[in-house]
Ligand binder design. Structure first.
Ligand code: DHB
Ligand code: MG
Length: 209
């Protein structure tokens, strides 16, 4: 299921200003490999959010080859640090190569292993935590956010509409993870959440207490 009507999606992409050359290159690589990166529309939303709260520390759960992390690093600029987590060494190495070539390696950490296990050892507080891990693990990511995110920070999750699978009568385990996190966020007293139907659905949860 298309979340956004294709013609509108094309329009929204067409009106984007030209992005940093390294982001263009990463986007082309992702599309060529069928790697599920967030796209430039979502990246720009991350950029706006990071700048709006003067974010300087971002923790990512599930970084792939660093596409969203690069958006954050470029948005934060001097003094910014994005801590990546990724299960596959090959993806992490590729992220490091892109960050090196963009001159941004000093603004990034490349952690390889289980995202939730690595995150549990990180010392907060973070300004933003982005969640894009296995969807079955999504509810556990909220625990990380409660431990590590500052008040006034954003917990942001990708794939919260999951190609429309959230509407299915018999959701699979991955979709159940997305649905359970959605339920937890919608009833949470310590976050205000909205789901933006950009790309595959991004939830934005502002921590208020
Ligand atoms: C898919 C897309 C994603 O953005 C992701 O993080 C995982 C899976 C998918 O299209 O299946
Ligand atoms: Mg995703």
């Amino acid at each position: 299921m298309d979340i956004v009507a294709p013609a509108i999606d094309e329009y929204l992409t067409r009106i984007l200003p030209e992005e940093h050359p390294i982001l263009r290159e990463m986007g082309e690589f992702g599309r060529a490999r069928g790697f599920p990166i967030i796209d430039a529309q979502s990246g720009r939303l991350l950029h706006v959010l990071a700048r709006s709260i003067n974010a300087k520390r971002v923790l990512e759960l599930g970084s792939g080859f660093g596409y969203s992390a690069m958006w954050f690093a470029l948005a934060m600029g001097e003094g910014g640090l994005v801590a990546m987590t990724e299960g596959a060494q090959e993806n992490s190495d590729r992220a490091r190569d892109y960050f090196n070539r963009a001159g941004m390696a000093g603004h990034a950490e490349f952690n390889v292993g289980d995202a939730l296990a690595i995150a549990s050892k990180k010392v907060g507080p973070f300004d933003i935590i982005l969640c894009d891990i296995d969807k079955g693990q999504y509810p556990a990511a909220l625990t990380v956010a409660r431990e590590k995110l500052r008040i006034g920070g954003y917990f942001i999750c990708d794939n919260m509409l999951f190609h429309g699978r959230v509407l299915e009568r018999n959701p699979d385990v991955a979709t159940q993870g997305v649905l359970e996190l959605t339920r937890l966020l919608s009833t949470a007293k310590d976050f205000i959440t909205t789901i933006v139907p950009v790309r595959d659905g991004l939830s934005l949860s502002l921590r208020i207490s």
